[in-house]
Design a protein around this ligand. Structure first.
Ligand code: BTN
Length: 237
């Protein structure tokens, strides 16, 4: 079934392997374009970051937003910050955890997986895939998880998607017009363990330090007894 919200067209399915997979395939075939969304009630092979899977039973929100921004490849990762910041504004009492998880009371309630097609130095299209735990969450996760219902938020997948799109529309336009600075600033306003001691796992190695901010490229700034490290991938705890 297809429906619309603002300028967005939503293609809704009952089950897909992965909304990101379908969005990328349809974009490749030219069958969907900018601001079209693939929404599924459940996924049989949902994808998480770093090749993990995303368990996707019915009742939660699973969607991929296709975007065709005219940008160079190095700007692509900024889009996941635009996405998580919009989600944070749409979910009461949530904070963002670097790079792009959403937490409530130190429990992960949503994640983003950005996948893109590039040609040369340019971005052809991006699928911004978002999963939000509305009524259930997996129990065996590397970072503790929960769902919105546990925090008294009862909302359908479709309503949650609309709330997200209302915030995304404004932030995305701001990012297209003025760049990353504004997004970075809003992201930093409510972020997990800013200016506190954190641990980051990178390829099995764990390093500790003070989370001192995020740079203009979205890298995490870690202060290890005065020595500044910039980190582009990793799991924060
Ligand atoms: C993470 O590991 O935190 C990212 C999870 C992203 C899951 C979403 S659900 C909708 C979209 N389709 C997928 O296969 N993955 C993303």
């Amino acid at each position: 079934m297809d429906w619309t919200h603002q300028d967005f067209v939503i293609h809704e399915f009952s089950e897909l392997e992965s909304t990101n997979k379908t969005a990328l395939e349809l974009a490749q075939l030219g069958k969907i374009s900018d601001r079209e969304i693939i929404l599924a009630e459940r996924q049989s092979a949902g994808r998480g970051r770093q090749n993990r899977s995303w368990i996707s039973p019915a009742g939660n929100l699973y969607f991929s937003l296709l975007l065709l921004p005219k940008i160079s490849v190095e700007k692509i990762p900024q889009l996941s910050f635009v996405g998580i910041t919009a989600l944070r504004l749409a979910v009461k009492n949530s904070v963002s955890k670097w790079p792009n998880d959403l937490l409530i009371e130190e429990k992960k309630v949503a994640g983003i997986l950005l996948e893109s097609k590039i040609s040369g130095k340019n971005c052809e299209f991006v699928a911004l895939g978002i999963g939000v735990n509305l009524i259930s969450n997996p129990s065996e996760t590397i970072f503790p998880a929960s769902n919105l219902k546990n925090f008294g938020i009862e909302i359908s997948p479709q309503e949650m998607l609309k709330n997200f799109l209302n915030e995304f529309e404004k932030l995305y336009q701001n990012w297209l017009d003025f760049g990353f600075a504004g997004i970075r600033q809003i992201w930093l306003q409510r972020s997990y363990r800013l200016n506190e001691e954190i641990k980051i796992k990178l390829d099995g190695e764990e390093i500790a330090g003070v989370f001192s901010g995020m740079d203009e490229e979205g890298n995490l700034i870690l202060n290890r007894e005065g020595k500044i490290l910039k980190i582009s991938v990793g799991d924060v705890s």
